[in-house]
Ligand binder design. Structure first.
Ligand code: ZN
Length: 120
C-alpha cells in the first residue's frame, strides 16, 4: 500500500524508522518534499473498531439489565434494589463513554489514512 503526499501531491509517503516509534502510529515521509505525517496503522484502527463495538455492545446490554431492574424496583418503591443497581448502571455508562471515545479515535485514524491512500 502506498500513500500520496497531502502537501505537494507529487510524492509518495514512505515509511520512516524513527527512534520514538509508538505502536499506534507509523511515521511516513514524502520522498519529494519531505513532509512528515503520523498515520495510524490499519491493525490498530481495526482492533480499536472491533474492541469498541464489542465493548459498547456488551456494556450496553449490562446497562439495559440494570436500568430495567431499577425501573421495576421504582414501581414497587424498592429503593434498596435501586441503590444496588445504581453504581453498576453508572459504571456501565462510564465504560460506554470510553468505548465511544475509542470508536471516535478509530474513525479519525481511518479518515486520516483514507486521505493518504492513492486513488489509482
Ligand atoms: Zn510531498
Amino acid at each position: 500500500m502506498s500513500y500520496e503526499c497531502n502537501k505537494c501531491r507529487h510524492g509518495y509517503m514512505k515509511p520512516v524508522a524513527s527512534d520514538d516509534d509508538s505502536e499506534y502510529t507509523d511515521t511516513f515521509e514524502c520522498d519529494k518534499c519531505g513532509y512528515q505525517s503520523q498515520i495510524p496503522s490499519g491493525v490498530i484502527i481495526l482492533s480499536q473498531l472491533l474492541s469498541s463495538i464489542i465493548g459498547a455492545g456488551l456494556t450496553g446490554y449490562l446497562l439495559l439489565i440494570h436500568v430495567s431492574k431499577m425501573m421495576t424496583a421504582f414501581q414497587f418503591n424498592d429503593y434498596a434494589t435501586i441503590w444496588k443497581n445504581l453504581p453498576q448502571a453508572g459504571a456501565a455508562t462510564v465504560f460506554i463513554a470510553g468505548f465511544i471515545f475509542i470508536l471516535y479515535k478509530a474513525f479519525n485514524g481511518f479518515l486520516l489514512r483514507k486521505r493518504f491512500v492513492r486513488s489509482k
